[in-house]
Ligand binder design. Structure first.
Ligand code: 5GP
Ligand code: MN
Length: 340
């Protein structure tokens, strides 16, 4: 981030402000961790922050400190629109384009003449914000929040609450420190957070060891549905709405299932297709290992985006047609997904 931008933001934050903080739709650990970390940080400096998520966050994040204060735009449009209209400043975290908040909230945000600050690690950031801290080499927005607070010269304000939120996003977006964005800096930040007293062994437990029995059965079904496209070093799986209903699906239950496709020896590209009857879409997650760029793949073919090795998108046609399209595109790839 440019030094002039940091100075301008320091000046903006020098007096108490009403500040809306917004994660992307379908918020994950990094989106909720980063917005709540910033929320707790701004509270310490007498601002009036509020996190407004476009839609609900999964239950496995409900223990995050401050999550009970989060407003959900799609559940309370009038009130949230009023808060947005009253805000002095708007932070958008963990996304790169306003459409990532969904159609209705995008319209509201686009109509505002406010100072926007974007902090994000996705590729190709749009230019709606007055101040942009974008770095696609950093593994999580939470790591960027740590850097941002440090750049503001307020590192001493990071306490266990803020650190817990930051640790959560670093952990979830790095696939528990496995993904390529994990660097020495990531571990140095984590080391500082642990020294501060952030409960680093309890957090993974809260996040990953809280499944219901039916969630594991749903995982079992997804594993059984998995198909391998061996010559293309790809795999994919599906979950229909009927299957989700059968296993009493709740938000968050499908999180992480996509990664199993990559755990098969020799597979470098995988996808999960999840039917959402209410939204009339098939939501897709892509993962790759090594050189195959799923961000570009999702952008080119499935109206999506993300990072080189983890991206998402959607499809408006049926599950069958979506799968047919995926198989056909994969079979026409002139480069087989490879490890490096
Ligand atoms: P996930 O598969 O875990 O939902 O998302 C993986 C990554 O891709 C995340 O960084 C997420 O923000 C991004 N992503 C997921 N779905 C979409 C989408 O529909 N559009 C765009 N642009 N990015 C997405
Ligand atoms: Mn992220």
């Amino acid at each position: 981030m440019k030094i002039q931008d940091i100075q301008a933001i320091q000046l903006l934050l020098a007096t108490p402000k009403k500040i809306a903080i917004i994660p992307h739709r379908g918020p994950d650990g990094d989106a909720m961790g980063s917005t709540l970390a910033l929320y707790h940080f701004l509270l310490k400096f007498n601002h009036e922050p509020i996190v407004i998520a476009p839609n609900d966050f999964p239950d496995f994040l409900a223990w995050l400190p401050g999550s009970e204060t989060v407003k959900i735009f799609e559940k309370d449009k009038q009130n949230c629109t009023r808060i947005l209209n009253d805000a002095d400043l708007i932070f958008t975290l963990d996304f790169n384009a306003l459409h990532r908040v969904g159609d209705e909230m995008e319209k509201v945000l686009a109509s505002l003449t406010k100072t926007f600050i974007m902090i994000d690690h996705h590729q190709k950031p749009d230019d709606y914000a007055a101040y942009v801290y974008s770095d696609t080499s950093i593994g999580s927005t939470c790591e960027m929040i740590f850097n941002f607070i440090t750049l503001l010269d307020k590192k001493e304000a990071i306490n266990i609450e803020i650190g817990t939120c930051i640790y959560t996003g670093i952990l979830t977006d790095s696939g528990s420190f496995k993904f390529p964005g994990t660097t020495g800096n990531t571990h140095r930040i984590v080391a500082e957070l642990i020294d501060l007293g952030v409960p680093n062994t309890q957090i993974p437990n809260l996040l990953f060891d809280n499944s219901s029995y039916s969630r594991l059965q749903l995982l079992g079904r997804a594993l059984q549905n998995m198909k391998i496209l061996e010559v293309h070093k790809a795999s994919y799986t599906t979950l229909t709405q009927e299957e989700l209903d059968t296993f009493n699906y709740i938000k968050g239950d499908t999180e992480g299932i996509v990664n199993y496709g990559l755990s098969i020896k020799g597979i470098h590209l995988t996808a999960i297709f999840i039917e959402n009857k209410e939204e009339k879409i098939i939501k897709i997650s892509f993962r790759s290992q090594g050189g195959f760029d799923v961000n570009q793949f999702a952008r080119d073919h499935f109206n999506g985006g993300g990072h080189r090795n983890a991206a998402g998108g959607k499809s408006d046609v049926s599950m069958q047609e979506t799968i047919k399209k995926f198989e056909s595109i994969v079979s026409q790839l002139n480069k087989i997904p490879h490890e490096n």
